[in-house]
Design a protein around this ligand. Structure first.
Ligand code: M6R
Length: 366
């Protein structure tokens, strides 16, 4: 059942190339230069007239929502707010009839997300679901939606659900950008082309496994770890930290790299590993200077870099390469080494990777 892998989590990490292509298959046609998603087409007016998009989710799905905020605003020029479902539902939020609420949930059963949907519906907003489990409560409760086609995710730590959520949300943002005319046809085409190359590039990224295992062995006993990223990769830093916390029980925090000097830099000494997402495009030079600041305080840098990178290689203690892609698609690749790093650390520490203590696969109580 684990397909020859030691754990479901590892199997699911390796299923990502297929899961991502299953998610865009039938929706993306590069030849015809179109994206078609029934749930979006049928409600195009609602999306185009949206005052703003509010995304609600929990945990890893909330991180996918944060990535989506960058993509929707950047490509489709629609204002987006991303909310923890548990906070949104209890803070008397301002919801208008021309708001569109997107709820993201792998299981489709998360209690707080479901409650946030019901609240938004009661205020007249249009509610769209991005779920993995077909026929789940959230899939049924929403006005329309798009499934991620990740297949069953058994490991409590979400992996392929995250990358397929980002895939669906990217398709939506591109579709809306095209409809709104906020993306020109050559950029649109470029995105379709690059998106189709992602599964192969994820496969490429997975090949760093043995190298990542060596890094995992060096840092497995660290009591703390920081994850830094900027722009599209700030949420990836949060997700990397969450993965490490959940399965290895090592305390980890994700931060936007530039926030370092507003506090967390005080934590840095020669014992602190810092994973920095420093791929080309998107604030690269700024991230390089963040790395220099850390190095001058003797922090240990694990850099996630674009293949062939030389600048970070010189500064970092370790680098993990990923193939080059568009900045907007880079979260799909940069997530992969972070999943593998936490996986190997947890295995080396003898933790129950698929069923970490105190956690449930779906949180059906608030
Ligand atoms: O099923 P959902 O996507 O609604 O679940 C949300 C969170 O409970 C979930 O992502 C959780 O944070 C995972 N354990 C993360 O790996």
């Amino acid at each position: 059942e684990k397909g020859g892998f030691d754990h479901f989590m590892l199997k699911e990490i390796h299923e990502q190339p297929k899961a991502i292509s299953d998610t865009y298959r039938g929706r993306l046609s590069r030849d015809k230069a179109i994206i078609k998603m029934a749930g979006v087409e049928d409600n195009m007016k609602k999306f185009l007239n949206a005052n703003r998009i509010i995304i609600v989710a929990c945990g890893t799905s909330w991180h996918a929502g944060l990535v989506a905020e960058y993509i929707f605003e950047d490509l489709a020029r629609i204002p987006v707010e991303v909310e923890y479902a548990s906070e949104f539902r209890y803070r008397n939020p301002v919801i208008r009839e021309d708001d569109v609420l997107i709820a993201i949930s792998q299981s489709g059963e998360t209690a707080d997300t479901l409650a946030a949907i019901k609240l938004a519906k009661s205020k007249g907003a249009f509610v769209f679901g991005v779920c993995n489990v077909v026929g789940s409560s959230i899939a049924r409760e929403t006005d329309a939606g798009a499934y991620t086609h990740a297949g069953p995710e058994i490991g409590v730590a979400s992996t392929k659900a995250f990358t397929t959520q980002i895939t669906v949300l990217t398709l939506m943002a591109l579709r809306l950008a095209r409809a709104k005319g906020t993306i020109n046809s050559s950029d649109f085409h470029r995105h379709l082309l690059e998106l189709e190359m992602i599964p192969k590039k994820v496969e490429e990224a997975l090949k760093s496994d043995a190298h990542i295992r060596i890094i995992a062995d060096i840092y497995k006993d660290a009591p703390n770890c920081l994850y830094l990223g900027r722009g599209y990769n700030f949420p990836v830093a949060l997700e990397g930290a969450l993965k490490l916390k959940e399965i290895s029980y090592i305390h980890a925090e994700g931060y936007p790299a530039a926030e370092m000097k507003h506090g967390p830099i005080a934590l840095i000494d020669e014992n602190m590993p810092i994973v920095v997402i420093a791929t080309k495009k998107g604030h690269y030079e700024k991230v390089v200077s963040n790395i220099q600041e850390i190095k001058s305080r003797k922090g240990k840098i694990i850099g996630i870099v674009t293949e062939g990178d030389t600048q970070v290689r010189e500064l970092a203690d370790h680098i993990i390469e990923v193939p080059e892609t568009l900045e907007s698609l880079s979260p799909l690749l940069n997530t992969i080494p972070l999943q593998l790093l936490s996986y190997h650390i947890a295995v080396m520490l003898g933790k129950n990777v698929d069923q970490p203590r105190n956690l449930a696969k779906s949180v059906t109580v608030e």
